[in-house]
Structure formats: structure tokens, C-alpha cells
Design a protein around this ligand. Structure first.
Ligand code: URA
Length: 239
């Protein structure tokens, strides 16, 4: 194990975000080999140095972030008795990392899927109040109109909740609908339900971006690769 910044090691426990780690380090709540270290930039070896956060050893595990081009027909789940999941598409070595989707896609949706074992990261991706917009390309039955755009912007009252304001950008003004839709929530079947409630049933749905991270079009459906640190951070930047 190599030397790594203390704030990164504490955040890598998966229990704290990077900013929480920084704050705890500053407050002297993180001990390394028995002494408080107040700079997150100091480097240690998690295999050799004893790191205690508020008296508890950090269960260190390497945090990993992957992008997949999810194919149609595969479940965004970690396991299933009868159906293929996105985890089944990984190599046996990667399957042992405890990766899970950060924001699911329906079985018959395609496109950008993030897989990580960083629970705090996944929470930030999913949480609507973190303002991470997800961009989808959508095709519908029926013509999409300005009224549909207004409805998406205002929020659509579904049976169990009203959607937060989103954006619909129509790409084709006649014939079956083709559009980009941007939303920051990810409730079950949300885009399908939003447009279905406008009598524009979705016939095709593909996620193109999460925040500032775009789908890597070089990835064929079912392919994946590890993200760089910059790419993982781009998720929390605007498109
Ligand atoms: N909205 C949906 O309806 N389905 C998805 O897979 C993603 C967003």
C-alpha cells in the first residue's frame, strides 16, 4: 500500500465525505499512531499506520469508480436469481469489490451507469438536493410540445409525488417525440412516468450524462472502464 493523503484515507472508509474528513482532521478527531494529525495533506500508509477516527479504526477499502454503458435488458441491481445484472458483466476480480450502481436505470433503459463502492459518493449522486442533473435522450409516442416543456419545468403531479423542476429540450417538432430531458431526481421509472402522464409514452430512454460526466461513446453496450479522479469529480460539476 502506498502513501496517501490522510483526508483521502479517511474518506475512503466510505463512512465520511471528503469535507467531513477534512473537518474532523482539523478538529483533532483523527489520530495516527496515537497522535492527532491536523492536516489532511499529510501522507500515511493505511496498511502500516494505525488510523483512528473518533476512537474507531477506519475499515479501509480502496474506493473505486467505474462507468458502464448499460445495455438494454440488464438489471441495475447487485444480484438477481434469474436475470443478468450489471455486476454480472464485470470481471470476477471487480465483482469482489462490492460495487453497486449509483443511480439505477430501468431494465430497458440504456446508457451511463456509475458503479462504485463509495457509499457517500453514491448518496451525493442520487440526492436531489445535491443538484446533480441527469441528462437523458428520450423518444416518445406522440408529438412533444411546448406545453410538455412547461409541465416538466413546473413539476408534474404524479399519483404519489410532484416532480422537481426539470427541463425538456425538444429535438424534433413533428412526428414521434425526440428530446433531451434533464432531471435531478431518480425516482422509480421517473422519466417514463412523467411523459406517460402527458400521454407521450416513452419508447426509448438512454442516459447521456450525470452532472458534468458524459457517457463515453467509445464504450459499446455492456462495456465499462474505471473513471479517472477528474472524471469522478466532474459528476458534481454542471454539464
Ligand atoms: N427514468 C426512467 O423512467 N427510467 C430510467 O431508467 C431512468 C430514469
Amino acid at each position: 500500500m502506498s502513501l496517501q493523503r490522510l483526508d483521502k484515507l479517511v474518506a475512503a472508509s466510505g463512512k465520511y465525505t471528503r469535507s467531513e474528513a477534512t473537518a474532523m482532521i482539523r478538529r483533532g478527531e483523527v489520530l495516527v499512531n496515537g497522535a492527532a494529525v491536523r492536516s489532511g495533506a499529510e501522507k500515511f500508509d493505511a496498511d502500516r499506520d494505525e488510523i483512528l477516527v473518533r476512537g474507531e479504526a477506519i475499515g479501509w477499502k480502496p474506493l473505486r469508480y467505474f462507468i458502464m454503458n448499460k445495455p438494454d435488458g440488464v438489471l441495475s441491481a447487485t444480484e438477481d436469481r434469474s436475470e443478468t445484472t450489471v455486476i454480472d458483466l464485470l470481471t470476477p476480480e471487480l465483482r469482489r469489490l462490492g460495487l453497486a450502481p449509483a443511480g439505477r436505470l430501468d431494465k430497458n433503459s440504456e446508457g451511463l451507469l456509475l458503479l462504485t463502492n463509495d457509499g457517500a459518493f453514491a448518496h451525493r449522486v442520487i440526492s436531489p438536493n445535491k443538484m446533480v442533473y441527469k441528462k437523458y435522450y428520450v423518444e416518445t409516442e406522440g408529438v412533444l410540445t411546448e406545453e410538455d416543456c412547461r409541465a416538466v419545468e413546473e413539476g408534474i403531479a404524479l399519483k404519489d409525488f410532484t416532480t422537481l423542476p426539470g427541463r425538456l429540450e425538444i429535438l424534433q417538432l413533428s412526428g414521434p417525440g425526440k428530446a433531451y430531458i434533464f432531471i435531478r431526481e431518480g425516482k422509480f421509472h421517473q422519466v417514463r412516468r412523467m411523459l406517460g402522464s402527458r400521454q407521450k409514452p416513452v419508447t426509448y430512454l438512454k442516459r447521456l450524462a450525470i452532472g458534468g460526466l458524459k457517457l463515453d461513446e467509445a464504450l459499446a453496450p455492456g462495456q465499462f472502464r474505471e473513471l479517472t479522479v477528474e472524471e469522478a469529480e466532474a459528476v458534481f460539476q454542471p454539464e
